[in-house]
Design a protein around this ligand. Structure first.
Ligand code: FAD
Length: 317
């Protein structure tokens, strides 16, 4: 079922969902299942599976280093299929512009269609580790909006180069990213909202936000998006702080602010366990408020470890 259909069916009740990261290649999938298992009792209608950018690795060949490009966490679509069938839940693979040509994207979408995956999250992806700015791959898209266009074309039976006529159209429900505190490269929140509107006009059906720790940022964003003519569901993405280093890491990586009261609570902690507890309590407070404010879904970034999400979900759902 589509994410938007799950939201409609819930009829105003806030749903629970979460995002997982594929294991590093060479690792057993069991650890992933061990993290998903405790969250299934909260009945997520869908689970997102991220896609990571390729990266350079250096291979020692008799003292000389060879630079090779590889994806360390492959398997997004395979994991989506495995989870869908193991847990009977809808899954949402993240599809990136970066690292993929349009052809490769088409093959990936065809795989998803055959596997019965009905939702995809269309994202540009970040720059690779060694790059300062995002660069499109050869034959790939520059912006998520163009990727949404390709998926939307496929939904209408239009494959690349118009080479086939089809009687079996895909019908993907398309999610895109939104940034309550604006995307790092956007000159202003307003211009970022215009770009978001372009993604919706190109065919996006719903939006999932970047994480935030101050709910007023989400509520203002939803208001501004409505004023900009964006009328699709906006799902808040949230994450509990789990280690002291998150205070520096999260603003650096995701370009978000952390509210002073949360910073001072974390700084009072004597060890990681206390920080994790502060993160859980803050996230429970955030979740309750978002629920009261009418958020359609609370979407948790699990980042591989689910015990804190489980405690939050127990308090909320
Ligand atoms: P876009 O919508 O393409 O926007 C990128 C920037 O370009 C913005 O500043 C926008 O304002 C600007 N822009 C857009 N169109 C134009 C235009 N025509 N001309 C000029 N400027 C323009 N990353 C991963 O690698 N893997 C994941 O699985 C993943 N999942 C994510 C899930 C969510 C919910 C979110 C919020 C982010 C996720 N990301 C993921 C991170 C995402 O890839 C980065 O934030 C990336 O930098 C931007 O992606 P986007 O899809 O928002 O890009």
């Amino acid at each position: 079922m589509k994410v938007t259909e799950h939201i409609e069916k819930a009829n105003g009740k806030t749903l629970f969902s979460f995002e997982i990261i594929p294991p590093k290649k060479g690792k057993n999938i069991k650890e992933l299942y061990d993290n998903i298992n405790p969250l299934m009792e909260f009945k997520p209608p869908f689970i997102d599976v991220t896609t990571s950018r390729e990266e350079y690795v250096y291979v020692n060949r008799d003292g000389l280093f060879d630079r090779k490009i590889t994806r360390m966490r492959p398997g997004t679509v395979g994991i989506c299929a495995a989870i869908k069938h193991k847990y009977n839940v809808d899954t949402v693979p993240h599809v990136l512009c970066g690292g993929f040509s349009k052809e490769e994207t088409e093959y990936l979408l065809v795989d998803c269609h055959y596997l019965g995956i009905e939702n995809v999250m269309a994202l540009r992806g970040d720059a690779m580790n060694h790059q300062k700015y995002f660069e499109a791959s050869e034959g790939g898209h520059h912006y998520a909006c163009d990727l949404v266009g390709q998926i939307n074309n496929l939904n209408q039976g239009k494959y690349l180069h118009d080479v086939v006529e089809t009687d079996d159209k895909a019908d993907f429900c398309i999610g895109v990213a939104g940034y309550p505190e604006k995307h790092i490269e956007a000159p202003s929140l307003n211009s970022d909202l215009k770009r978001l509107k372009e993604k919706v006009d190109a065919g996006a059906d719903y939006i999932v936000t970047q994480m935030f720790f101050d709910n007023s940022k989400y509520f203002e964003f939803v208001d501004e998006a409505k004023k900009a003519g964006i009328n699709v569901p906006i799902i808040p993405g949230i994450k509990p702080i789990a280690i002291p280093r998150h205070l520096q890491l999260l603003p650096h990586v995701f370009k978000i602010d952390i509210p002073e009261p949360l910073i001072s609570e974390v700084e009072k902690c004597k060890n990681n366990k206390e920080v994790r507890q502060v993160g859980i309590e803050w996230c429970i407070k955030q979740s309750k408020e978002l629920m009261e404010g009418g958020a359609p879904v609370l979407h948790y970034y699990s980042m591989g470890k689910s015990s804190n999400i489980e405690q939050i979900a127990k308090a909320i759902f």
